[in-house]
Design a protein around this ligand. Sequence first.
Ligand code: SF4
Ligand code: SF4
Length: 378
Amino acid sequence: MSTLSASRLKARAAELGFDRAGITRAEPSPTLDAYLRWIDAGMHGPLGYMARPDRVERRRDLSVILPGVQSLVVVALDYRGAAPAEWLTDPSRGRFSAYSWGSDYHGVMLEKLEALAAWLTRETGGAHRAYVDTGPILERSHGQAAGLGFVGKNTLLIHPRRGSLFFLGEILTTLECDAYDAPLPQATMCGSCTRCLAACPTNAFPAPHVLDARRCISMWTIEHKGTIDLALRPLFGNWVFGCDICQDVCPFNRFAPETREPAFTPNAARIAPPLVELLALDEAGFQARFAGTPVARTGRERLARNACVAAGNWGSGEALRPLIALLDDASPLVRGHAAWALGHIGGGAARAALDSAWQRETDAAARDELAAALDNRE
Ligand code: SF4
Ligand code: SF4
């Protein structure tokens, strides 16, 4: 059986543009038990696919994915982009998580991973399988095992000199490696710091290293398809796609390098656009702005829903006009969240629009939102 040369593989990964690469034995994830306890506690929330028995089984045993698997190559690609600081603190803008400012990382990462896997086949033979976060692998703990960082109290993989603003990808391979990487020493861990836990606006960390997805803004704004929990909405601030707070406050991200990947260069229209623009986007406008980005999978309906919540939290009369227009949106989900926002902003114009919408609304959930918004005003 041929052996994978760690040094040659890492050199090839660097040529392909990856910022770091590590190799670990294809053993079950070191945090598998914690993951299973997390699922049992229901903390995956809207991420129902994570609890599917076939997914859990694959996490227990990587050979279910690739028979004969021996090694796991884990690669990192930095995505940090520069953004005007005043945009990021302006409540009239809708904030997008920094990972979404450029092109969709799935395509970018997968193309490079498949090129790396093809090179492996040519060089050394063997069978390989590439994954980018959709794969059933506990990638952060495997990344830690491969020496790419440590898993912080915010549950993210953090490199002690490069922070946590990077994407991960993996290649499973049937090849043995001539030099496996070692996990980073414990000394690089969080120590007594608890900034991320304290800064989370929705208290989504019941304990260090435990994220309750049922409270996380990222999960609600990106993954969740329906109505956003009423009690959580006021805590979302102006985040409309994801949330970076538990990374932004992490001291290790002070040293996070800017991306060298041209596809991740931020598009100014997608960093933190004015909420009034987001509220006014129709499907064609949404596609023009977000096609080919991670936001495209979430879709216009959910983004409009999220923008309504952010507009309600902004509380400015400048949002009235587009919100009132959304009371006639084709989506009852959007109509309901627009009603909530108008209830929060208040005033005569909002009240009149809510009253008028109440007369014509036929969807039960949207009517509930309208009724609650009208009550808000009394
Ligand atoms: Fe909390 Fe935001 Fe981090 Fe989610 S992404 S855990 S909401 S700080
Ligand atoms: Fe660890 Fe502090 Fe970073 Fe949280 S903010 S991950 S506790 S170093």
